[in-house]
Write a protein that binds this ligand. Sequence first.
Ligand code: GAL
Length: 634
Amino acid sequence: MTTPRHPATPPRLRHFYDKLRSPGYGGDYNPEQWGPEVHVEDAQLMKQAGVNLVSLGIFAWAQCEPAPGAYDFDWLDGHMDRLAATGVCVTLATMTASPPPWMAVEHPETLPVMADGTVLYPGARQHWCPSSPVYREHAVRFVERLAERYADHPALALWHIGNEFGCHESRHCHCAVSTEAFRGWLRARYGTVDALNDAWSTDFWSQRYTGFDQIFTPRTAPSFRNPTQQLDYQRFSSDELLACYRAERDALDRITPHIPVTTNFVPVAKTLDLFAWAEHLDVISYDSYPDPHDAQSFQHTAFGFDVMRGLRGGQPWLLMEQAPSAVNWRRRNGRKPRGRMRLDSWQAVAHGADSVLFFQWRASRGGAEKFHSAMVPHGGPDHPLHREVAALGEELAAHPDLLGSVPERADVALLLDWPNWWAVELDAHPADIAFLDAAHAHHRPFHDAAVATDVVPVTGDFSPYKILVVPHLYAVSEADAQRVKDYVRAGGTLVMSYFSGITDEHDRVHLGGYPGPFRDLLGLTVDEFDPRPNGTWAEEIRLEGAEAVETFDSGAPSVTRHAYGDGVAWYLATRPGPQDFRRLVDRVCEESGVHPVLPDLLPGAYARTRVTADGSRIHIVLDEGERGVTVRRD
Ligand code: GAL
């Protein structure tokens, strides 16, 4: 049986939980788009729908600072007061995701520039350069005014910094300011230009630098750009966005040290190294937008939720946004069938969410998101979707002890490392590997077997897990590789897939035969990669102690097993099809003593367990079919 873990809850998060009292329910609230009669109706409807938490003012900077240094918070005071009187807590946005239009006119250097030199202009949102000191100064000054104004407001429960950092094209900037910032970042990382030359392998193609001032961001170039330059630029971009976040968080910590801080992450996105970000949030927040037309989305969503829970070692997290029904930004925007919103919501709670929040409370009348579904649709409160929303609010409120309950730890961990993700998807490789697809494919057989999975970083503690799944750990330092080996030596079971152990953290090949530091662990050498015209990956393997468990048509090994220390290391030289993968996973689980979360699940269902403060266990059973959601208590 698995044991719950008790991740440390940051003390100021307790203040948030004390205010909420039951799982958070509500959504993005944009009252600036409406007049007074609507505001009054909003309050009544929120009360009726069991709303206890809204995210306020995400895109309201232009309303609050209509001219540089001229602040207008009076309108916002009214909303904060009304929400407090209605018993609704506020996640107050710092509003800095989208600067007012005047900033681009007064400070055009704050606009982001693409790799090909294209400038991104205002008129949409998030049109700012992450390295711009001017943007950061304006943002921090604004946040200070906001925090001073609402520090002691009874509605204020949580800060929401920016919005979905890195979600739009402005995630990477190539302007002159960013170029200088990149040079500074490289100086700090390498100290000398010779160290950089060594790490970047610049003796190749006459790229050797004699000064940091010769280095550019990886702009549009005639051929393949230096891979380590690209990799470091990804690291830099994630760090620059984090620096923007931290500048605001530091201001908030100074003025409102009692209020916890979060920001909402985009569905498992490549841009940000979320394990590096996680320590700077009191609670992880996530926006989940499964495509109702995608048959895989239920499992992919489960994986995303596992990632969010893993970011802070199993701590519950907040579902900050989801759509009640359709979104507006796909080419074809499927509605959710009735009942699906409930299933999606409980799926999040099962995987550790302490809130079920939506984008957005009331459907906009104008603007680019007017066809996005909302808790109050254009048709008003009599709409069937709103009735469904109200019923879900009531249902969640009936389980107050779910709030803050500990998600039970899984026996299986899947390893995710953002720098590896960036590196494995670089160009000029034997074949393209789409890492997120790979992670989903490795997660799926466990999901289908109703076996719970956690997600861990490469620097994480693997020891509590019976099985460690490692998809394509292509770029890995000697030290991190050693930790994987130590885990197996101590009795763990490893499932590692092809194109692992190939390069170090600077994308330089581990010499002496593939897969470098994992050869003795896996008991084999990969002599050549052999990607096939049909899209499958294959490898020519020489066994050096491992046994072949499966073979290619040629009879050469495709899946191997090797006893190492007290543990076992499996290697997949190709991606098995779904059925073969499932068969393999069933065998590995059986050998390792790993079982489904509940013994009596019907086919197609899976469960996750949360443990409440008084030690009782709540099992949430999820089924995409007719049976939907069942909540069981021991
Ligand atoms: C999110 C974003 C929201 C809204 C929503 C629509 O990515 O944070 O502001 O745009 O998408 O689905």
